[in-house]
Design a protein around this ligand. Structure first.
Ligand SMILES: *Cc1c(COP(=O)(O)O)cnc(C)c1O
Length: 390
């Protein structure tokens, strides 16, 4: 399987020989109790899961598919992407430790760090979103235990040199965890670039249809695998067989959806960047973006998610723009088949160092609709923006 493309490998796992007559897809096995034939069998884990929390066929299939995609020895499924990020942070830190992360970290993770973790003696330090790997490495202190990497950063999409940062962290005995949701395990392989733990919100691209919440944690280092597996067991995490089944189904078409949405995103983002009402489009696949060189060097694809900084205007004009659209859904999350748009300026207030923006910050997710029709929708929105600006 190692030599196969992701596109083939995600399907070849379903058609593997030697597993007997069976449906292509694993069954959904709903279970708490698992029965054994003899009392002596009840302690034998090699006969299969002993309890529903161990997971059944669909969770197993999904874990194997994600491990394969991330190039990891082990994978754990979490009930949300957020739980997938918090699991390794809980597993790998203790009171007195410090976690170093970007000021552009996913918002709910910032809340977890500043509320839950801080109250339990684990401190967080937020480095400037645009800091280089060398600058971040220079911030490592004796207390730093773990670096949480998010590249591109949430909303403002800053890139960082991940291999260099991972190497610097390793040299200082600091674990690295990367939120790999944007690359969906396809466009970037954190473990192959020296990162210790890769985390994804499967809610986004893997699910792909905005109908489930799920996360995955992948790692290979034996000490890490032990620590994460024990915490997973200790806190009682598990996911439903139905959700795992849906995510596994989503994975079969993930590479095609991801590539198609990338193509449409490039059309829409390039068009938007040329509009007078737009100051900047934030996406590392766009030539001229500050993260473009790093993205070109390390990534093999791009998510259809980007930021837009408007030129002038305010909350009212931003609302007028969004309210005038009819194809773009107004809603959070991304990675599904549908295009979405959100107004994100209020999120900047949570940052240690909010960026200087020329106008409202919007976030767009491009789905599987026709890009020219999405552009026509945005034209209507921009007309409403101009009217609102007056
Ligand atoms: C959405 C998201 C998460 C959390 O995923 P949920 O399944 O919504 O909890 C984590 N990280 C990033 C970068 C995300 O966009």
């Amino acid at each position: 399987m190692d030599l196969l493309s992701d596109r083939t490998r995600l399907i070849a796992a379903a058609t593997r020989r030697g597993e007997g007559r069976r449906p292509v897809n694993p069954p959904i096995e709903r279970a708490s109790t698992m029965l054994s034939d003899a009392v002596g069998d009840m302690r034998d884990a090699s006969l299969g899961p002993l309890y529903g929390i161990d997971g059944t066929a669909s969770q197993d299939g999904l874990r194997r598919a994600i491990s394969d995609l991330e190039g990891a020895e082990s994978c754990w499924l979490a009930p949300s992407g957020l739980a997938a990020v918090t699991l390794p942070l809980l597993a790998l830190t203790k009171p007195g430790d410090e976690i170093l992360t970007t000021d552009a970290v996913y918002g709910p993770v910032r809340r977890f760090l500043t509320r839950y973790m801080a109250a339990r003696g684990v401190t967080a330090r937020f480095h400037p979103a645009e800091a280089s790997a060398e600058e971040v490495a220079a911030l490592v202190s004796d207390a730093t235990r773990l670096m949480l990497i998010e590249a591109p950063g949430s909303l403002t999409m800053e890139m960082i040199d991940v291999p260099l940062l991972a190497e610097a962290a390793r040299a200082r005995g600091v674990w690295t965890v990367m939120d790999n949701t944007w690359a969906a395990g396809l466009a970037f392989k954190p473990l192959a670039h020296g990162v210790d733990v890769s985390v994804q919100a499967l809610t986004k691209y893997a699910g792909g249809h905005s109908d489930l919440m799920l996360g995955a944690v992948s790692a290979s280092d034996p000490a890490l695998v032990k620590a994460i597996a024990e915490t997973y067991e200790d806190v009682g995490l598990c996911v439903s067989p139905d959700d795992a089944w849906l995510a596994l189904r989503g994975l079969r078409t993930l590479p095609l959806r991801y590539a198609e949405q990338q193509r449409s995103m490039m059309q829409v983002a390039t068009w938007l960047a040329d509009q007078a009402e737009v100051s900047r489009v934030l996406h590392p696949a766009l030539p001229g973006d500050p993260g473009h060189l790093l993205w070109s060097r390390d990534f093999t694809g791009a998510a259809s998610l980007f930021g837009v900084v408007m030129q002038g205007g305010d909350t009212q004009t931003a609302h007028a723009f969004l309210d005038a659209l009819s194809l773009f859904g107004l809603g959070y999350s991304w990675g599904g088949f549908e295009s979405l748009i959100t107004y994100e300026t209020p999120q900047m207030a949570f940052r240690v160092a909010p960026p200087t923006l020329e106008g409202p910050l919007l976030r767009l997710h491009i789905g599987l609709e026709s890009p020219s029709e999405l552009i026509a929708d945005l034209e209507i929105g921009l007309a409403a923006w101009r009217t609102a600006v007056g």
